[in-house]
Design a protein. Structure first.
Length: 397
């Protein structure tokens, strides 16, 4: 008995030791769990900040696609455009759920900046290199089609900054200059005054009109400065005037710019007044009176030299009509079906009507060389990230 009694203290010490070890282990597990949860939350917030920064980079590319900031005179080292490219932080933040992406504890939710590159794609030894950044120049001053975008995103207590070099993707549009009107069908004109139904805006410029089905004229002064169906060998056809590839490029660009609509009723007023001035309507035709005025003179599009893209209206199914008030369009109208312009509707540029063209009234179509010159240049299709230029930077506090 004494021997068993003598071992009671050892058993107690063993039990106390086991309990202490378990307590230490439990405390360690609690500390580890808290630490893991903290690290997980930090990592999750960091990942969210990264997603915001990436969204800013994408938004920056979209801003450059809508209006590439080239010098206003089209020459390297020319004047800066106005406005300069920008991304509105509130627009980006509205795309993220506030409960998942809270406002940052300091600084903006998103900050996107644009910089020109230095144009140096080769080092002193002639090896390829990534061009440097000109942080004091926020537009494509050297006019080489490359720019840097820097985007910092922040949410909660974390921030991430990324950047990349982007370039514009273009395609040449080959529209035959000097053509006021083309139709595969019959051209009908009925002038009502001493102004030509088909004429020319530019002094000293002549134009041509083509109607493969012939011309039915029953008015006065129907054409001025315009030659009807001039003889060429081989004869001029639709593909020569407005190639299928050009039409496809414009339709593709409209899809990318969200400027492709089922009917005219689906076109919001803002679509007519924002860049690019490109509208594609799938069916139902168009009535010019329902095209909203983009200035005080009822004008849509731009016919002045160097002032950007002309208006391009493409109707894949349906006619174009003009009723009611005067409407003036600077640009190109392409209709798979026909056109009927009455009253004092004016199109300055070019009109393609595969079906037929019925022009009544005065000054229906005036060829404008500036419009065609503005169109016959590389057309911006998209903006893409240059390979191996994406990088993550230390965010600014």
């Amino acid at each position: 008995m004494s021997r068993l009694r003598s071992q009671d203290g050892a058993t107690l010490i063993l039990i106390v030791g086991v309990v202490a070890a378990l307590a230490i282990l439990a405390a360690s597990m609690v500390a580890l769990t808290v630490n893991v949860q903290h690290n997980t939350a930090t990592h999750r917030t960091q990942s969210k900040a990264f997603n915001v920064a990436e969204a800013g980079l994408d938004a920056g590319q979209s801003a450059l696609w809508v209006k590439w900031p080239a010098p206003t005179d089209g020459q390297a080292n020319g004047p800066a455009p106005n406005p300069l490219p920008s991304v509105t932080p509130s627009v980006i933040q509205s795309q993220f759920a506030a409960e998942e992406f809270p406002s940052p504890t300091s600084g903006p939710f998103i900050d996107v900046k644009f910089y020109d590159d230095d144009g140096q794609f080769k080092d002193a030894q002639g090896n390829s290199r990534t061009p440097g950044i000109l942080r004091d120049i926020p537009y494509d001053q050297n006019n080489n089609g490359y720019m840097w975008i820097e985007s910092q995103g922040a949410t909660g207590s974390r921030a991430t900054k990324v950047m990349g070099l982007v370039t514009k993707v273009t395609r040449d549009l080959k529209v035959r200059p000097g053509v006021a009107l083309y139709t595969d069908g019959v051209l009908t004109t009925k002038g009502t005054g001493n102004q030509p139904v088909i004429g020319v805006d530019n002094i000293g410029v002549t134009a041509e009109a083509y109607a493969q089905g012939g011309w039915d004229s029953s008015g006065q002064a129907d054409m001025q400065g315009v030659t009807f169906n001039p003889a060429y060998d081989p004869p001029v056809g639709l593909e020569d005037v407005f190639p299928t590839a050009t039409l496809g490029t414009l339709i593709e660009a409209a899809w990318g710019a969200e400027k492709y609509f089922k009917t005219q009723a689906d076109v919001p007023d803002s679509a007519w007044s924002t860049e690019p001035r490109l509208i594609v309507i799938e069916s139902g035709g168009v009535d010019c009176k329902d095209i909203p005025d983009t200035d005080a003179f009822g004008v849509w599009g731009d016919g002045q030299p160097g002032n950007g893209d002309p208006g391009i209206l493409i109707v894949l199914s349906g006619d174009m009509n003009q009723t009611g008030q005067k409407k003036t369009i600077w640009g190109i109208v392409y209709l798979v079906n026909g056109v009927l312009l009455r009253g004092n509707a004016e199109i300055h540029g070019m009109i393609i009507a595969e079906g037929s063209a019925d022009l009544r009234g005065t000054r229906a179509v005036n060829y404008n060389a500036n419009v065609i010159a503005n169109l016959n240049r590389p057309y911006l299709l998209s903006v893409k990230l240059v390979s191996n230029t994406w990088r993550e930077l230390q965010p600014q506090p």
